[in-house]
Design a protein around this ligand. Structure first.
Ligand code: PLP
Length: 398
């Protein structure tokens, strides 16, 4: 009797991003880390807001340490969930109650729990819009679902509505929408959101059961130049929002986020209870207690988004001028660049690597021929990399 082969394979197979990260460390030891332009990881480079650290110190000094570090309710502290519900209602006016919020260890847990709660039978389909965060495949399959990829519009990388409509079947249980998007940086426009939601409403009616919409929103606050991100609950009732403070407060290692269920969902209470059950069955109960308190006291804190915008502008403007074809990102901290090497992402990755530039080939993200540049780095790294990008462009004849 062997161990679970699927899990073994997941653990044994290093992701391409991990491979590049390991290479970056090795190369840095050889030529100096400052000479390696590593744009592979989506780890925030901007520090957490000052008030977050101050709040941690204050809580440690002032609160009863047994309570502070103790278990909360499985779904999260009631007071914390109230502050989050109030914040959601202030910002988006959806009338949510704390009893439709479930605290989690970040968006990865929020997604895993939501999928586990919704997928009733092996093989139910979940549609993802390419390009998509590669871990979706792992989360969906682990919950017993089947991944169905909807291909995007060329150049804009908005949803191709006709393609999306053709992918929905009576077996579709849910659709995941991630905006601002990893890896394209695209924010789905209100027009796109409305079109997607109209199709979801029509199909749910036709099939006689809801097709759920899962909004994956770790980058909601990272947007540039006044772009706003439509709040999906305001467009479609059967929505679950998977939120995380990993990027919005630069706290990825602290593992804190939540699931919010739209109060107008037709079966909101059973879905919430299924979320509680899925959290229980996966062992995702009682999200980090200290962090629950911290975020509830820092809900209006913001990271310095201007620093990401500066990097975005430097890279987008200069790379476009050098002749690269880039998707203009309105949010997150990723730039999606078309491979100028016969549309081959891996070949472009190798060519860039020879110039000490490390980018991520994105074929696994559901779109072939593109690489991702994660510009959540120091500005100096971006400035240092520009001449290398320019030389590479010359070498490639752009
Ligand atoms: N969803 C997307 C699109 C992401 O890019 C990430 C992390 O990079 C996650 C979910 C997981 O985030 P968390 O750290 O909150 O688990």
């Amino acid at each position: 009797m062997g161990i679970n082969q699927k899990m073994y394979e997941l653990g044994n197979k290093r992701s391409i991003i991990r491979e590049i990260f390991e290479y970056s460390k090795k190369r840095g030891a050889e030529i100096g880390a400052e000479n390696v332009y590593d744009f592979s990881l989506g780890n925030p480079s901007v520090p957490a807001p000052k008030e977050v650290n101050e709040t941690i110190v204050k809580l440690l000094a002032e609160k009863n340490s047994v309570l502070l570090h103790g278990y909360t309710s499985a779904q999260g502290d009631a007071g914390v969930r109230k502050t989050i519900a109030d914040k959601i209602n202030r910002d988006f006016n959806v009338g949510i109650s704390p009893d439709l919020i479930y605290m989690t260890c970040g968006a990865a847990a929020s997604l895993s729990i939501s999928l586990k709660a919704l997928i009733a039978e092996e093989g139910e389909e979940v549609i993802v819009f390419a390009p998509f965060f590669t871990e979706y495949r792992v989360f969906i399959e682990n919950a017993g679902g089947k991944v169905v990829v909807s291909t995007p519009m060329e150049k804009t990388f908005q949803v191709d509505v006709a393609d999306f409509a053709s992918k929905i079947t009576p077996n579709t249980k849910a659709v995941i929408m991630n905006s601002p998007n990893n890896p394209s940086g695209v924010v789905y426009s209100e027009e796109t959101v409305k079109a997607v939601c109209d199709i979801l409403k029509a199909k749910s009616k036709e099939f006689g059961h809801p097709v759920y919409l899962i909004a994956d929103e770790p980058y909601r606050e990272l947007v540039y130049a006044g772009v706003s991100v439509p709040y999906l609950m305001n467009y479609y009732d059967n929505t679950l929002v998977c939120y995380s403070y990993s990027k919005s407060l630069s706290l990825p290692g602290e593992r804190i986020g939540y699931i919010a269920i739209c109060p107008k969902m037709q079966d909101a209470l059973p879905v919430y209870l299924a979320v509680c059950g899925a959290g229980r069955s996966l062992g995702y109960v009682c999200a980090p207690s200290l962090m629950q308190q911290v975020i509830s006291l820092c809900l209006d804190a913001q990271v310095n988004v201007a620093a990401y915008k500066e990097n975005r502008d430097l890279l987008y403007d200069n790379l476009s001028a050098y002749g690269y074809e880039c998707v203009k990102p309105d949010g997150a901290f990723y730039l999606f660049v078309k491979s100028p090497v016969k549309g081959d992402a891996f070949a472009f990755y190798e060519k860039a690597k020879a110039h000490e530039i490390l980018v991520v080939p994105c074929d696994d993200f559901g779109v072939t021929g593109y690489v991702r540049i994660a510009y959540c780095t120091a500005k100096e790294k971006v400035l240092g990399a520009l001449p290398a990008f320019k030389n590479l462009a010359k070498e490639l004849g752009l």
